[in-house]
Write a protein that binds this ligand. Structure first.
Ligand SMILES: NC(=O)c1ccc[n+]([C@@H]2O[C@H](COP(=O)([O-])OP(=O)(O)OC[C@H]3O[C@@H](n4cnc5c(N)ncnc54)[C@H](O)[C@@H]3O)[C@@H](O)[C@H]2O)c1
Length: 429
């Protein structure tokens, strides 16, 4: 019988995304994916790579550079290091002949995004950027419905990213994306996914953006009286504070070790989360800091107004201040409207004058958990694309750069107090 060989992968950065989100696909589909090499500066992550995925010792490298000085080791390199490392690694990997699965954001610097775009065109290798939302049933069904013209010509889109108070405190007050200079501005780090989805749903180019937003709340002046610098250091406000680190990492039903188990977010604090190791991290590490006394500077809420071609107007809101972590969207058109909540996984379609149609996209199985099925959906897509010898993916670098231009221009507008910015002028600078 004819057997297809699995697509081989080398993982650059075996952290949350590299080793937990994407590598997991091999466990579901070993016939499609085989991890053959990996690099990380944290030895414990390489131990996990060896133990969980059988990668031989000699194919585990102590840094990106060490792996990238080897000849090409796999068909695809997954680049899942931190935001500002991606482009240097991606350029070197393209030179070695790898196809790329590249974490977003490509880079917080527009000139680096453009340099990668140019290189990808010259190299004629696939560069798929991890805009995982396009691979969810929810957004795929919505996009298909809009392309079929079910609501006529699109006039407006309104989208909200509900980050969730505990997720925001974890990643953007205490965690890796709290300082925009060291990583990326919030609108790029978190919301380049949303910019990408809005561009995809509109089916037209974005022409102008205007943005407002601020870091309003997570600052020392909002600390309640008696707040300690660390939650476990006898904080007088512990019982009433929803942001208390012990609640978020131990007891909170949505994020705590006792409910969610060893995975994200506790796996960010320690590689092997147990009550003992998590408490130790809270006593000594950054995730035990008071949310009002961290060194964060990224915004906690932001809005973007956009004008697209064909007179489509779009609004987007990102807010930290929600109970749950999900996205909502409403699109209006000349013949109807459609709205939905990605968490609920249903679309409510109204063709004007007709009864409501509810499109139930089903529940996401545990196997496909992670961004509403987007993480595994993308891995499936990439393995199939590679097996077919394709290079132009659904979230190719060309499409992704558009979302980055939108996000970076929105940030420039916000910093300028809400100036209207033309994207053509912005990207020509
Ligand atoms: N697509 C998405 O939906 C999504 C979601 C979350 C994060 N991200 C992005 O994914 C990227 C990784 O995020 P994460 O949460 O996995 O972070 P992480 O910190 O858990 O993982 C990064 C890994 O890179 C390793 N590393 C650092 N320097 C290295 C070097 N020189 N060589 C090799 N390895 C090195 C770190 O030790 C770490 O294990 C970020 O750019 C982030 O913005 C994307």
């Amino acid at each position: 019988m004819f057997m297809l060989k699995p697509v081989t992968f080398a993982i650059c950065g075996c952290g949350c995304r590299g080793l937990e989100a994407y590598a997991r696909y091999q466990k579901l589909h070993p016939e499609k994916m085989k991890i053959v090499a990996g690099a990380d500066v944290r030895p414990e992550r390489l131990t996990m790579l060896r133990e969980q995925y059988d990668v031989p010792e000699e194919m585990c490298f102590a840094s990106d550079k060490e792996m990238l000085t080897q000849p090409r080791l796999a068909d695809v390199m997954i680049i899942a290091t931190q935001d500002q490392q991606h482009v240097e690694e991606a350029l070197a990997a393209l030179d070695k002949g790898y196809h790329l699965l590249l974490e977003k954001p490509i880079s917080p610097r527009l000139e680096e995004c453009m340099a990668l775009l140019k290189k990808a065109h010259e190299a004629k290798q696939a560069v798929v950027v991890c805009h995982v939302l396009r691979y969810t049933r929810f957004y795929a069904a919505l996009e298909a419905l809009l392309r079929r013209g079910e609501i006529g010509k699109i006039e407006t889109i309104d989208a909200v990213e509900h980050v969730a108070y505990w997720h925001y405190a974890h990643s953007y007050v205490r965690g890796n994306w709290r300082r925009s200079e060291e990583t990326s501005p919030m609108i790029l780090a978190k919301s380049c996914h949303d910019m990408d989805i809005l561009r995809w749903l509109a089916g037209e180019r974005c022409l102008k953006v205007q943005s407002f937003g601020a870091l309003d709340y997570f600052k020392p002046e909002h600390a309640p009286q008696g707040a300690a610098l660390r939650c476990l250091d006898g904080c007088a406000c512990k019982d009433s504070c929803p942001y208390d680190a012990e609640k978020i990492y131990i007891s909170n039903a949505r994020s705590g070790l006792r409910s969610v188990g060893k995975g994200w977010p506790c796996s960010v604090l320690v590689s092997d989360p147990t009550e003992e190791s998590v408490y130790e991290a809270l006593r000594t590490g950054p995730y035990g800091r008071c949310v009002y006394h961290s060194d964060n500077d990224v915004v906690d809420h932001q809005t973007v107004n956009m004008e697209f071609e064909n007179n489509i107007t779009v609004t987007f809101t990102m807010t930290a201040f929600t109970e749950t972590c999900h996205r909502t969207v409403k699109v209006t058109g000349t013949l109807g409207d459609v709205e939905g909540d990605m968490e609920e996984n249903k679309l409510y379609l109204h063709r004007f004058g007709q009864p409501e149609q509810v499109i139930d996209l089903g529940s996401t199985s545990n196997e496909f958990a992670g961004h509403g099925g987007g993480d595994m959906g993308m891995m499936e897509y990439v393995c199939d694309l590679m097996a077919a010898g394709g290079i132009d993916g659904l979230t190719s670098v060309d499409a992704s750069v558009e979302s980055h231009v939108m996000a970076l221009a929105a940030e420039a507008s916000r910093v300028a107090g809400g100036a209207v910015i033309s994207l053509d002028e912005f990207s020509a600078q």
